[in-house]
Ligand binder design. Structure first.
Ligand SMILES: Nc1nc2c(ncn2[C@@H]2O[C@H](COP(=O)(O)OP(=O)(O)OP(=O)(O)O)[C@@H](O)[C@H]2O)c(=O)[nH]1
Ligand SMILES: [Zn+2]
Length: 372
């Protein structure tokens, strides 16, 4: 594999003349004749892990101005202007590690609001061509959640494609598609697939041409790992089995940030992209009213649905009326939301402390009674 083709396999938009298909990138390469492009696959405080092809990864020194804390006003660079996963940077040989000398302009940037008192943006992935918003056609099917994801993708520069999985498990696929009819009206592609079937998943190939980068987003159990496996043609990632001993939802998938596909495209898999992290304000009960209704029938009010007698939830699972995976997911999301809610409450308590009367004024307008 030539160096150019190795780069293409991890998303480099290679043109017929061997140069990148982005004019600004060509210019940047001309300005740095000793530099070569690499893609960021991991971001750390001390530096970056980058790749120059499939199955490579090495650390490089970041630009000095990216190492200063964001609060450092003079010469400090705000976090969203520093390289993130998916970014292309130019590196030059230096004593010790190679050194980043430039960040190539982003073709797209997927961001989300970070939970917290102060509004803060978080860059999740850069230079993504396609965001597959994955949603099951089974009980997971939720047009409102799809809209939430689409909102995240909107304005990023990446194209959203809604992928409805588990088409083999439901009778009324047209009915679900009808519920998304407004999306088609907005020119957003919607594809129903059986994520386990390569022929069916082939419907996504138009977005997986060589040099293209895609990400899969969607809630747990939507079928992202299954889709990835089918696209890879091998059993690479562990798909979510019920985590009996680990119902608290530890991730079983082995993490790898850049996954080259046989089609010539690549997938970026960052934890932040796999799911929208709950902010702590979500109501899990709303999404799992079936489980909540069952739980209300358990003999003990504080039933944890493990081995307690008179547990209506376990009875429903054993009787085939409740999908154990759905229940496992209910526990997992419940834990996530509870954890996030704790952090949120903690942070709010801290900010109340700071604004407690008696402290010297901060010079900022007093918004003690204002709404957040
Ligand atoms: N029959 C059928 N089963 C599917 C399909 N897509 C996913 N599944 C099953 O649904 C379950 C969850 O799928 P995963 O691929 O693990 O879901 P995920 O989105 O990767 O979930 P997390 O790793 O928790 O984020 C697995 O048992 C899959 O085999 C599909 O199209 N058809
Ligand atoms: Zn119970």
């Amino acid at each position: 594999m030539t160096p150019e083709l190795a780069l293409q396999a991890i998303g480099w938009p290679l043109d017929d003349d061997g140069q990148p298909a982005v004019a600004e990138w060509r210019e940047a390469l001309l300005q740095h004749p000793d530099a070569r492009p690499v893609r960021v696959i991991e971001q750390h405080r001390s530096g970056y892990v980058v790749a120059d092809g499939p199955d490579t990864g090495f650390t490089v020194e970041s630009l000095p101005e990216w190492q200063r804390p964001p609060s450092y006003k003079k010469g400090g660079v705000p976090p969203e202007q520093r390289a993130a996963v998916g970014d292309w940077v130019l590196i030059e040989p230096a004593t010790g590690k190679d050194q980043i000398v430039a960040l190539l302009p982003r073709r797209s940037a997927i961001k989300r609001g970070a939970a917290g008192e102060h509004y803060r943006q978080q860059l999740i992935a850069a230079n993504v061509d396609t965001v597959f918003v994955v949603c099951g056609l089974d009980a997971d099917f939720n047009p409102r959640r799809i809209e939430r994801y689409l909102l995240l993708v909107q304005g990023s520069g990446a194209e959203p494609v809604v992928v409805l999985t588990k088409s083999d498990q439901v009778d009324d696929v047209p009915g679900s598609l009808a519920a998304l009819v407004e999306l088609a009206a907005q020119d957003i592609a919607v594809r129903a697939v059986n994520a386990r079937d390569p022929d069916s998943v082939a419907a996504l190939k138009p977005w997986l041409r060589p040099g293209r980068t895609a990400v899969l987003v969607g809630s747990s159990g939507a079928g992202k790992s299954t889709l990835t496996n089918t696209l890879l043609g091998i059993e690479r990632m562990k798909t979510g089995e019920v985590r009996e001993s680990d119902a608290r939802g530890r991730h079983t998938t082995t993490h790898r940030a850049l996954i080259p596909l046989p089609t010539g495209a690549c997938l970026i898999d960052t934890p932040g992209m796999r799911e929208l992290k709950p902010t702590g304000e979500e109501d899990v009960a709303e999404n799992f009213s079936d489980v909540e209704a069952l739980a209300a029938e358990c003999r003990f009010r504080d039933c944890r649905h493990l081995k307690e007698p008179g547990c209506a939830v376990r009875a429903a699972i054993e009787g085939g009326r409740l999908d154990p995976q759905r229940f496992a997911n209910y526990l997992k999301l419940g834990d996530e939301v509870a954890g996030a809610a704790d952090r949120l409450a903690h942070r709010r308590a801290q900010s109340v402390d700071k604004k407690a009367p008696g402290k010297p004024p901060t010079g900022k307008p007093d918004n003690r009674n204002g709404k957040r």
